[in-house]
Design a protein around this ligand. Structure first.
Ligand code: PLP
Length: 368
C-alpha cells in the first residue's frame, strides 16, 4: 500500500492553509497585520531574550502569565499562553472534543482554523452561515445539541469585519448548558469602538464556560513572533496545559509578550489611526458603489456579489495585495482588505478607483 493511503482520511482531504500573499514591492494588505511594526521596547526585549536562546524557554510562560493576570485582573491559573492564539484553538479542541461524534459549532465565513482543527482531530464541525455579513447567533444557538462541546464566536468576525453586541451574546448564553465551551475570539478587540460591544471579562466572571481568546499579533504587531493567550476557568486552563507541548511558547515570544504589555499605552494612537483610516477606506469603497459592511476590525470586507471581476488580480496589477476568501467558505465574490498606513491606504484607494473607473457602469457590481 502506498504511503499516500496511510495518511489519515480526514487529513488527506484537507486543503493546506493558504496564508495571505506577499509580493515584493507591492503593498501587503492581505493578512490583517499591523503595518506600524513592533514598538522599539518590544524589539529590545526580544533581542535581549535572544542572548539566552541556548536555554529552553520556561515551560508554561510563568512570567508572562503573571503579567497577563495582573493586566486582566484575574489569577494566573485563569491564563494560558500559546504559540499564537491559533495554537490555543487547536489545544482547546484536542482537550475537550471527543472524536468522532462530539462537535464544534462555528460561523462561516470566519477564521478558517475553527473548521480545520475539528477536521484534523476527527470530530464534527458544524459551520453556520453568517447572515448579512454578521454572525447568526440564533442559528448557531439552535445548532447546539447534545453532541456540542464548543462554540466559536469570532468578535469582530474575520473576514466579514462585523460584530455581535452584548445583548446578542447574552441571549446566546441564556439557557446554554454550562458544559459547552463558548470561545470568544477577540483577536481584533483593540480596533473596536462600538459602545454595545460585549465585555468579555464580565462574561468570563459570570459564566464558567466562557473562554476569551486574545493575540499579540494585531494591535501589538508581533504576528511573526507567535504569541497569544486564553483567559478561562482554571479547569479549562489546566486541560490546555496538559495537551500543549512542553516548550510551546519560545523564549522570544514570552519576552515579546512582556515587552508588549509594558508599552500598551504607547500603542493606543496607532489603534486610533487605524480606526480613522478604516472609515476613510470604507467610505472610498462605498463611493464606488460596492458592498462593504461597517467594520470593527483592522480590515474591511468587500462583496462583489455575482460580478466576475477578479479584484485580487486587478489590484495586484496595481501593486496592492488583498485577500481572496475562497478558503474562508464565502459564497460570493468577496475580498478582505487590511487597513494599512495612510500612505498604503492612499495606494489602495487610488488602485480601486482606477479599477472601477475603467469599467463600464453596466458591469459594475452594485451595493446591497
Ligand atoms: C479571528 C482570529 N483568531 C485568531 C487568529 C490567530 O492569531 P495568532 O496570530 O495569535 O495565532 C487570527 C489571525 O488572523 C484571527 O483572525
Amino acid at each position: 500500500m502506498g504511503l499516500d493511503k496511510r495518511v489519515r482520511p480526514n487529513v488527506r482531504d484537507i486543503q493546506r492553509y493558504q496564508p495571505g500573499e506577499d509580493h515584493p514591492g507591492a503593498v501587503k494588505l492581505s493578512s490583517n497585520e499591523n503595518p506600524r511594526g513592533p514598538h522599539p521596547k518590544i524589539v529590545a526585549a526580544v533581542m535581549k531574550a535572544l542572548e539566552e536562546s541556548h536555554r529552553y524557554p520556561e515551560s508554561g510562560a510563568p512570567d508572562l502569565t503573571r503579567a497577563l493576570a495582573a493586566y486582566h485582573h484575574v489569577t494566573p491559573d485563569e491564563i494560558v499562553v500559546g504559540n499564537g492564539s491559533n495554537e490555543i484553538i487547536d489545544l482547546l479542541v484536542r482537550a475537550f472534543v471527543e472524536p468522532p461524534h462530539e462537535s464544534v459549532v462555528f460561523p462561516v465565513p470566519s477564521f478558517i482554523v475553527y473548521g480545520l482543527i475539528p477536521k484534523i482531530c476527527g470530530c464534527q464541525g458544524v459551520g453556520i452561515p453568517c447572515r448579512d455579513y454578521r454572525l447568526d447567533l440564533p442559528a448557531m444557538r439552535a445548532a447546539v445539541d447534545a453532541h456540542t462541546r464548543m462554540v466559536f464566536i469570532c468578535n469582530p468576525n474575520n473576514p466579514t469585519s462585523t460584530y455581535v453586541s452584548a445583548i446578542e451574546v447574552d441571549a446566546f448564553m441564556h439557557g446554554l448548558p454550562n458544559d459547552v465551551l463558548v470561545v470568544l475570539d477577540e483577536a481584533y478587540i483593540d480596533y473596536v469602538d462600538a459602545h454595545d460591544f460585549p465585555d468579555a471579562m464580565a462574561l468570563h466572571r459570570k459564566h464558567r464556560n466562557i473562554v476569551v481568546l486574545r493575540t499579540f499579533s494585531k494591535f501589538f504587531a508581533v504576528a511573526g513572533v507567535r504569541v497569544g493567550y486564553a483567559i478561562a476557568d482554571p479547569v479549562v486552563i489546566d486541560a490546555v496545559h496538559k495537551v500543549r507541548q512542553p516548550f510551546n511558547v519560545s523564549r522570544l515570544a514570552q519576552a515579546a509578550g512582556l515587552g508588549a504589555l509594558a508599552c500598551a499605552q504607547d500603542l493606543q494612537p496607532y489603534a486610533r489611526e487605524t480606526i480613522a483610516e478604516r472609515k476613510r477606506v470604507r467610505d472610498a469603497i462605498l463611493e464606488l458603489g460596492l458592498a462593504c459592511p461597517p467594520s470593527q476590525a483592522n480590515f474591511v470586507f468587500v462583496d462583489l456579489g455575482s460580478s466576475s471581476l477578479d479584484l485580487f488580480a486587478e489590484l495586484m496589477q496595481r501593486g496592492v495585495v488583498v485577500r481572496r476568501l475562497g478558503q474562508f467558505g464565502a459564497t460570493s465574490n468577496t475580498y478582505r482588505i487590511t487597513v494599512g498606513t495612510p500612505d498604503e491606504n492612499d495606494r489602495l484607494i487610488g488602485a480601486l478607483r482606477d479599477v472601477f473607473h475603467h469599467r463600464p457602469a453596466a458591469s459594475r457590481p452594485t451595493s446591497r
